[in-house]
Design a protein around this ligand. Structure first.
Ligand code: HPA
Length: 246
């Protein structure tokens, strides 16, 4: 049993694994990964059939803000590559920076800005081309699938920060000026690692809230989890249609 495709599930999106008929389960500890202690991040790899296609699901991930170095944050991607995975879908929860990209909706990553100040490739592969981190042909297929479903699917630039705190309103304004459409605390390091390993990469942000200062409401993690849980069903439908199309 093996699979060429894997999905990494972000905060509140763990229920996407419910559609998988699980054949094998490997805990982060068994795979030699540090365990995440953040609520909403289970910490295991599941292999199984989802909508008729064999795939790996990585439920939970390791974050810089838990004190793990960049190399460890990307360890799951290297482990999946070791299992033969060639195509990787990264999902995350993110704050929206752009009017019209509303909480509860999804944004496909067209590119990212790595503001973590680090890279999983430090000390390893140098000068890897990052001119197209997120596969343009794969995005085009996803765009078509979303259209069929009449599902709003935005496309934009994800800014990856270290966290663990949410941003200040001034930082949100800075990110907007930089050209970011969404902000979060994951994904960029995994995407860099995956490209360095030659994988085809796709990224989806579940927009769980407005960036700080863009709405009257403050931010909290339980709201992020709650919005992620209700938006997960939409992503499930998109994946189902896209798998059927391949
Ligand atoms: N900022 C950073 N990370 C996030 C946010 C946010 O607003 N929402 C979900 N993850």
């Amino acid at each position: 049993m093996s699979a060429e495709i894997a999905i990494v599930l972000g905060s509140g999106l763990g229920s996407l694994a419910d559609a998988l008929s699980v054949e094998r389960e490997v805990s982060f500890a068994e795979a030699g990964l540090p365990s995440s202690k953040v609520a909403g991040h289970a910490g295991r790899f599941l292999l199984g059939k989802c909508f008729g296609q064999e795939m790996w699901i990585m439920q939970g991930r390791v974050h810089l803000y838990e004190g793990h170095p960049a190399h460890d944050v990307a360890a799951g991607v290297r482990w999946l590559a070791g299992q033969g995975v060639k195509r990787l879908i990264l999902t995350n929860a993110a704050g929206s920076l752009r009017a019209g990209f509303s909480p509860g909706e999804w944004m496909m990553l067209s590119d990212h800005i790595n503001l973590t100040g680090t890279s999983p490739l430090e000390g390893g592969a140098n000068f890897i081309d990052m001119s197209q981190v997120y596969s343009a042909p794969w995005r085009a297929r996803m765009r078509d699938c979303a259209k069929k479903l009449m599902m709003p699917l935005h496309e934009g630039v994800y800014a990856g920060l270290r966290g663990p705190q949410y941003e200040t309103p001034a930082e949100i304004r800075m990110l907007q000026v930089m050209g970011a459409d969404a902000v979060g605390m994951s994904t960029v390091l995994e995407a860099l690692q995956a490209r360095a390993l030659g994988m085809e990469v796709m990224g989806f942000s579940c927009l769980t809230n407005w960036g700080a200062g863009l709405s009257a409401a403050g931010l909290n993690h339980s709201e992020v989890l709650h919005t992620g849980q209700s938006a997960a069903a939409q992503m499930m439908r998109l994946l189902q249609v896209s798998v059927a199309d391949e």
